[in-house]
Structures are given as structure tokens and as C-alpha cells.
Design a protein around this ligand. Structure first.
Ligand code: PEP
Ligand code: MN
Length: 263
């Protein structure tokens, strides 16, 4: 179902009032984690003004340490809905369990499967049955083949609208959080009709590398970008070092606009 051989036309689908697919660049931006309603609203307004059409924000956070902030759960989803109602932005939230899927479908426009859950097959089936558009992140050490099979799980369970998100993979290199596999974008474009999103924030873990790798993703044929933006990155409850402040996000958007047409 994900194979281009049997479906040569690129897939394009709507997420609320925006589109993910060829001919447009879809920008998903927002905080790593939803922290408060005020924080989310203020970020939503700023990213919308800069040209993003999908607000990202995690309410269920798969943190490395159990002692780190785990997310506001359903309360966070409610804030996502408020932000969407106020700004008109579509919203995306990661789901980490069947229970989270059940809650998320009531509040957000698109579900995200995180890198750590790419091969959680029961979750993939649950997400597929929910029927909303899905962003499937690449597993930390997943091959492209394994990734496409994960997409196959979601599509065969009932959700044809899947976008694949390259967010960096584990390598021996330690100067960045992960290594952005840009060639994966080109490989995917050859092998699948599904849209491809590049996430330079999680790929690098370093704010100053977000702009150059966003541009590189665009050059390789990405259909969209996912970028973490925070009103006060120094005090963010998660992923502060890779989060852009509003001014930095505005500047990235200004610098990429000559090369894209926004969705
Ligand atoms: C995220 O998008 O906040 C996230 C946890 O990403 P990943 O699953 O790519 O690490
Ligand atoms: Mn994050």
C-alpha cells in the first residue's frame, strides 16, 4: 500500500484546512511539550504569523528518564483544541498508547507516532483504526524498509493518509543528538508515494543547525518540515536546546520562503 510501484501518483491529503503533499511545503511548528494554555496560545499565534499551518505540541512525552516531565496528557490535548479553535491552525500530537489515541482523536487533527514507537505494532494498528492523518517518525535505528513496513501497518489498518518524518538516526557521531539521514528523503521519494517531512530539530538537538538542515531537507525534496519553537527556550520543560525562539523561527521562515510555496 505504501509502495510507489502500485500507486505511482504522490499522495496528498488534507489536515483540517491545510494540505500535505507535493507542490506545497507544510510547516509544522510548536513546542516539544504543551506546558500551559498561555504558553501554547502564545506559540500558536507566533508560528501562525510566521507561516506555519500545523501546530505541534506533545501531551504524552516519551522521555528517556521517568523523572523528566511526562506531559499534561488529556489536559494538554484540550489546550491544543483551544489553540486550534482560536487560530484556525491544524494540530498534531504524539500518541504513546491506545488510551492516548482514544483521547487524542477528540481534540487534534493529526496523530504522531514517535521514533520510540515506530515498531510498536499494536499501537500502529490502533492509530490506523483511528482514521486521522498520521505522521510516522522514523525509529532511532530503523532501516527504510522497516519504516515503510510500519507505514504499511497503519495504512492496512484503515488510515491511508500517512506522512513519513525523517528525524535523524543513531550513528557513532556524538556532536549532534542524531544524524539527519538526508539520503532517506531521496530514497523514500523513489520508493513510496507518501509525503516526506524533515525534522531538523530532533535530528540535531542544536538550535543553530535547524536552519541549514531545514534548507537541505527542502533541497532533497521534502514536502514539509517539523520545527520546535518555544516562547522561552531556556526554560522549556523539554528540548530547550533545539527549540527556536519566535525571532529565530521568523528568520528561518523568511530565509526558506524564496525556495518554497507554503501550503
Ligand atoms: C517529538 O516530536 O517531540 C519527539 C519526541 O520526537 P521523536 O519521536 O522524533 O524523538
Ligand atoms: Mn521534542
Amino acid at each position: 500500500l505504501a509502495n510507489k510501484k502500485f500507486h505511482p501518483q504522490p499522495t496528498s491529503f488534507k489536515v483540517k484546512d491545510t494540505v500535505i503533499g507535493p507542490d506545497t511545503m507544510t510547516i509544522m511548528a510548536g513546542p516539544c511539550a504543551v506546558e500551559t494554555e498561555e504558553q501554547l496560545l502564545c506559540i500558536a499565534r507566533a508560528v501562525k504569523k510566521a507561516g506555519a499551518t500545523i501546530l505541534r505540541g506533545g501531551a504524552y512525552k516519551p522521555r528517556t528518564s521517568p523523572y523528566s516531565f511526562q506531559g499534561l496528557e488529556e489536559e494538554g490535548l484540550k489546550y491544543m483544541k483551544t489553540a486550534s479553535d482560536e487560530t484556525g491552525l491544524a494540530t498534531i500530537c504524539e500518541v504513546t498508547s491506545a488510551h492516548a489515541v482514544e483521547s487524542a482523536v477528540k481534540y487534534v487533527s493529526m496523530l504522531q507516532v514517535g521514533a520510540r514507537n515506530m515498531q510498536n505494532f499494536e499501537l500502529l494498528k490502533e492509530v490506523g483504526r483511528a482514521g486521522l492523518p498520521v505522521l510516522l517518525k522514523r525509529g532511532l535505528s530503523a532501516t527504510i524498509d522497516e519504516w515503510l513496513n510500519a507505514a504499511e501497518y497503519i495504512i492496512s489498518s484503515g488510515s491511508p493518509n500517512v506522512a513519513l518524518c525523517e528525524r535523524g538516526i543513531r550513528t557513532f557521531e556524538t556532536s549532534t543528538r542524531n544524524t539527519l539521514d538526508l539520503s532517506a528523503v531521496c530514497v523514500l521519494k523513489e520508493r513510496t508515494h507518501l509525503p516526506v517531512i524533515v525534522d531538523p530539530s530532533h535530528a540535531t538537538g542544536v538550535r543553530s543547525f535547524v536552519e541549514p538542515l531545514a534548507k537541505a531537507g527542502i533541497a532533497c525534496g521534502a514536502d514539509g518540515l517539523m520545527i520546535e519553537v518555544h516562547n522561552d527556550p531556556a526554560h522549556a520543560l523539554s528540548d530547550g536546546p533545539q527549540s527556536l525562539n519566535f525571532e529565530q523561527f521568523d528568520s528561518v521562515m523568511e530565509h526558506i520562503k524564496p525556495y518554497i510555496s507554503l501550503s
